[in-house]
Write a protein that binds this ligand. Structure first.
Ligand SMILES: Cc1ncc(COP(=O)(O)O)c(C=O)c1O
Length: 385
């Protein structure tokens, strides 16, 4: 039988009747966009992550762009982020007119290196061309970045901190979610994500009530929100007052209805993913160049199980012949893509460049059974590259 890289069908089988009923409720009430399920899901997600507020939106890319916009990040500003990430992390920065500044990652966790981050900020300040404004840390492959150290760098330089937790939503460090340190946490509900829906979706979590209200306005064309309306009278419906230039980044009610059902399973699924990860580590340690290292005190949600091998492409070809699918995240780091190569990369990114040559991700999902996993482990061990 062929092995799934991510088995969404197994999860669906567990909750299909609940999903059918939840979707049917939306069809019955007909409020397809930003309906009651969206409000309910936002409240439940905020409670799950211990955040004061959740503002859902259309995808995980908009979720990063919206706070940049709310903070008026623009031309002449610098936003520091890793290059070893999905393109969305850095892509949103030029949308605002600001410049991404690419920073190297740590060799064991693949997450932002706080020492190199500090050095990059100092270098940009010394050059004097750009004004440092924001840091975007990424919870790559599901594990938390080194938030205590990164937040200390952000405080030292007076910068805002975004946790791009599209892959890591649900991860914790010393028992806290990334929002304990970051000004905002963003996530994606793309179907393959640990908490995914059946289309596109995203969310922003923050403890800052004023920011949440501003994000709520920006995601719906800059609509008037409570603080815009307070103490004023109108001779028309203030619903169509546009107080600022916004965008359309709303969540569909059907997606929220699906997410409400999936969130109920999520804590158990995180535990199951960790069982799978532990079994991989047990089977593969010593047989490949590296198995994943999770930051001390961290709990990963294992969006990916990524190992390293000196003959990564040979291993991928071998596993294919054994019916084991693999993927490479990411073969070309952002700063090596033509379109992003023009942006600053102070000090260079030697770790990012080396890792891009050796990383390879194995099938990972909460429902990977022991037998299948043992097949995968045996297939990896059977490669003599
Ligand atoms: C690290 C990271 N940031 C942002 C995104 C963007 O999310 P979306 O595809 O929902 O726009 C993704 C996933 O696709 C991601 O992996």
């Amino acid at each position: 039988m062929s092995i799934a890289f991510i088995d969404l069908a197994a999860q669906q089988r567990r909750i299909r009747p609940q999903l059918d009923a939840a979707i049917a409720r939306v069809l019955d009430h007909g409020a397809y966009v930003m309906g009651p399920e969206v409000r309910q899901f936002e409240a439940e997600l905020a409670a799950f992550a211990g955040a004061g507020h959740c503002v859902s939106c259309a995808n995980g890319t908009d979720a990063i762009a919206l706070p940049l916009w709310a903070w008026r990040v623009g031309p002449g500003d610098a936003v520091f982020c890793p290059s070893f990430t999905f393109a969305a992390t850095g892509e949103v920065v030029p949308w605002t007119g600001a410049s991404p500044v690419f920073v190297d990652v740590l060799p064991d966790t693949y997450n932002l290196d706080p020492v190199k981050l500090d050095a990059a900020i100092e270098a940009v300040k010394a050059e004097g061309k750009l004004t440092p404004k924001v840091i975007i840390a990424v919870d790559l492959f599901g594990q938390p970045a080194d938030y205590p150290a990164i937040a200390a760098v952000a405080r030292k330089h007076g910068l805002k901190l975004i946790a791009d937790s599209a892959q890591g939503f649900g991860c914790t460090l010393n028992g806290d979610h990334p929002g304990h340190w970051a000004d905002v946490v963003t996530t994606s509900f793309f179907p393959a994500k640990p908490l995914g829906c059946y289309g596109d979706g995203g969310a922003i979590l923050t403890d800052d009530a004023a920011l949440a209200e501003l994000l709520d306005s920006l995601r719906v064309h800059g609509k008037a929100v409570a603080s815009d309306i307070a103490g004023r009278t109108f001779d028309h419906d203030p619903k169509y007052l546009n107080m600022r230039v916004g965008m359309n980044s709303r969540l569909d009610s059907i997606q929220a209805a699906v997410l409400i059902e999936k969130l109920k399973l999520f804590p158990e699924e995180i535990a199951l993913r960790n069982v799978v990860a532990d079994r991989y580590a047990e089977g593969l340690t010593g047989h490949v160049a590296a198995v994943p290292t999770v930051i001390e005190g961290g709990v990963s949600v294992w969006a990916q199980y990524t190992i390293e091998h000196k003959d990564r492409d040979g291993l991928a070809a071998h596993l294919k012949t054994q019916g084991v699918p693999t993927a490479v995240y990411y073969p070309i780091p952002m700063h090596r893509q033509d379109v992003y190569s023009v942006y600053p990369q102070p000090g260079g990114l030697p770790v990012t460049e080396a890792k891009a040559e050796t990383v390879i991700s194995l099938p990972m999902h909460p429902y990977l059974d022991v037998e299948t996993q043992d097949r995968i482990i045996a297939a990896v061990k059977g490669f003599n590259g």
